[in-house]
Design a protein around this ligand. Structure first.
Ligand code: KG4
Ligand code: ZN
Length: 357
């Protein structure tokens, strides 16, 4: 089964062709990602209108290249999948409309994929993981602990009550004068820094729920930065290292509660999985390894290029759904907001503008 996947929900334009074999395993035949970093860098963040226009300009060429690299034609496709949300609506419309046009012209099924579901199912593409498993999803717009029970079956066990983790990395980078996108820059700066120099808060430590909070930590970084102003490069490195250490400790604590909640409701997870852009962070990977070892489960983190946004994850989620007959009609709507767990309720103190997307 060959599926073309299209991703345009944020600032990456991406297209990929993935093959799903009869035994349920997957193979990436092509995976092309074009990041719009340059277009947005001058503004210090993603500008939705610029993103949508760049998707329009780039997408057709990327789809053509993905098909060519995969050595296949539209007639050979079993389906075409696009991320139909959640995300910046202009970009989502571009990707979904393109997928609909291909589906209509080539009379092939359309799969309107939830971008978060695509992150959640990626470890089944990279290492044929069986259900159920515990997912730590941390990206620019989301920070969640999710029980992945099956395709389309997700139970949210924890979420952020304010900022998303990637968003906190990006904001800390911005306040320290590091370039956009901030996550990888903070990680790089932290490598040469002293994580013990600043006593930053460890948000939510010891709480019985599995929720996260990052805005207080971000404010603490801002206060230290203001106190030090003007900052030397070593100050920036030390502050990044201290921030990252606080994130790691809080994440490890929140995840160990998540593992316990998973056990109580679903028995032992097959693995602890991390996905989303923040999972590309090597230090976070180390912290997760410790949590998994304590929980006597395996840790699985897809390679960094499959943690950040890409087309292969959309194609794979499309293939998983297609294999179960879960296809969509050509009037499938683009969605700015789309919860992975439709039954999840907003936690108290939910104040984030990005977290619902
Ligand atoms: O999943 P993703 O590519 O896009 C969204 O769906 O949001 O995640 C992007 C986010 C950004 O906030 C970025 O700063 C963060 O992931 N990120 C990182 C790292 N690489 C990307 N955060 C910390 N360390 C990294 N190495
Ligand atoms: Zn993402």
């Amino acid at each position: 089964m060959l599926v073309l996947g299209i991703e345009t929900t944020c600032d990456e334009t991406a297209a990929a062709v993935v093959e799903r074999l009869p035994d349920g395993s997957g193979k990436i035949l092509s995976n092309i990602v074009r990041s719009q970093t340059e277009e947005h860098a001058a503004f210090g963040g993603v500008v939705p209108e610029i993103a949508a226009r760049a998707h329009v300009e780039m997408l057709d060429g990327l789809v053509e290249r993905a098909m060519k690299d995969a050595g296949t034609g539209f007639a050979q496709l079993s389906g075409v999948a696009a991320a139909a949300g959640p995300g910046l609506i202009g970009g989502v419309i571009v990707g979904l409309t393109t997928a609909k046009a291909i589906a209509m012209v080539h009379d092939t099924p359309l799969i309107a994929v939830n971008h978060l579901e695509a992150h959640a199912l990626t470890p089944r593409l990279t290492c044929a993981l069986a259900f159920p498993y515990l997912l730590f999803l941390a990206s620019g717009g989301h920070t969640q602990i999710v029980a992945v029970i099956g395709v389309g079956q997700y139970v949210r066990l924890g979420t952020t009550v304010d900022d998303a983790m990637g968003e906190a990395f990006d904001k800390v980078a911005k306040m320290l004068g590091l370039p956009y996108p901030g996550g990888p820059e903070v990680e790089r700066a932290a490598r040469g820094g002293d994580p013990a120099r600043f006593a930053l808060p460890r948000p939510m430590l010891g709480r019985p729920d599995a929720n996260f909070s990052l805005s207080g930590l971000k404010t603490a970084v801002r206060n230290e930065a203001a106190r030090l102003d003007p900052m030397e490069p070593q100050d920036i490195s030390d502050l990044c290292a201290s921030f990252q250490a606080a994130v790691l400790e809080s994440t490890a604590d929140r995840l160990s509660v998540g593992v316990r909640l998973f056990h109580e409701r679903f028995g032992p997870p097959r693995a602890l999985v991390a996905a989303g852009g923040v999972a590309a962070n090597q230090a976070i990977r180390g912290a997760l390894q410790d949590v998994a070892a304590k929980a006597q489960t395996t840790m699985i983190i897809p390679p960094p290029a499959l943690c950040t946004d890409n087309g292969a994850m959309i194609a794979w989620a499309g293939a998983e759904r297609l294999a179960l007959g879960m296809i969509d009609s050509l009037d499938a709507a683009p969605r700015a907001r789309w919860l992975l767990d439709e039954n999840a309720k907003a936690p108290a103190k939910f104040a984030n503008t990005r977290a619902g997307f």
